[in-house]
Write a protein that binds this ligand. Structure first.
Ligand SMILES: Cc1ncc(COP(=O)(O)O)c(C=O)c1O
Length: 244
């Protein structure tokens, strides 16, 4: 382990020349004295019941057992040489700075085109597309923006394990509805029965991970009816588009 940054020591080592100079150096040295900063910190989790993700658990088990790991969709192939050289070239050309908060405009424009071609949906890259570092961040941000204290969010189980803690961290109440095998279809009567004036969001995941079930056109129509009838401020979130 690196020693602690002893600022007093570092300061006393500075010569007058150092002080005058525009360059400043700070030395990292191992502290010989017990440092109160190193005392174990008593951090109180806001969600003490939340453990690690199911991906971590299953991937570790697969490794221990020498099993084929079907639990996590990480790529089992190398990054293409072309992509590596494009990234390299772009960094050499100086494209290594902060991006605008919503993402680089040219990337947002291309995503808008892909969404148009793939889903026949027109999107405005300026106002409707935001780049995030993965789906977990996108989902958390959507929940943080829309769910307030005491708001209810409908989640279909089995669900990706960040959904529930993200809702609770933002003061919301997850309302879990089970999808049952073999079809893992949504029972819309159950959904209607669980909607209350506090329902703020329904989280949709289609194709559903892990079952693979897909919402039918009738499902989407029923969902639309519920959304239009039940409230004027019901938000639907679906698993964000991943660009891998
Ligand atoms: C249904 C679902 N939502 C969200 C995520 C999170 O996506 P990411 O790994 O990009 O954060 C996953 C990841 O597998 C997922 O399966």
């Amino acid at each position: 382990m690196l020693g602690t940054l002893n600022l007093d020591n570092a300061r006393s080592q500075r010569t007058e020349e150092d002080t005058k100079s525009t360059k400043c150096s700070i030395s990292l040295r191992r502290s010989t004295k017990p440092n109160p900063v190193n005392k174990p910190t008593d951090i109180k989790s806001r969600l003490p019941d939340v453990g690690t993700s199911i991906f971590t658990v299953m991937s570790r088990m697969a490794l221990e057992q020498g099993a084929i790991n079907l639990s996590q969709g990480f790529p089992d192939f190398n990054v293409s040489k072309e992509l590596i050289s494009l990234i390299h070239r772009n960094m050499e050309e100086g494209h290594n700075q902060y991006a605008p908060m919503a993402g680089v405009p040219s990337l947002r424009r291309i995503i808008s085109e892909v969404v148009g071609k793939s889903y026949h949906r027109k999107t405005d890259p300026e106002t409707e597309i935001t780049i995030t570092a993965g789906g977990t961040e996108a989902i958390f941000s959507a929940i943080a923006a829309l769910v307030g204290q005491g708001d209810e969010v409908i989640v279909f189980d089995p669900a990706y394990d960040s959904y529930d803690p993200s809702i609770r961290l933002n003061g919301g109440l997850p309302v879990h509805i089970s999808l049952r095998p073999p079809a893992f279809a949504i029972d819309w009567d159950v959904v209607k029965a669980r909607i209350t004036p506090r329902t703020r969001m329904i989280m949709i995941n289609t194709p559903h991970n892990p079952s693979g079930s897909v919402l039918s056109e009738q499902d989407l129509k029923t969902l639309e009816e519920i959304a239009l009838k039940s409230m004027n401020e019901l938000f639907l979130t679906r698993s964000p588009i991943k660009v891998c």
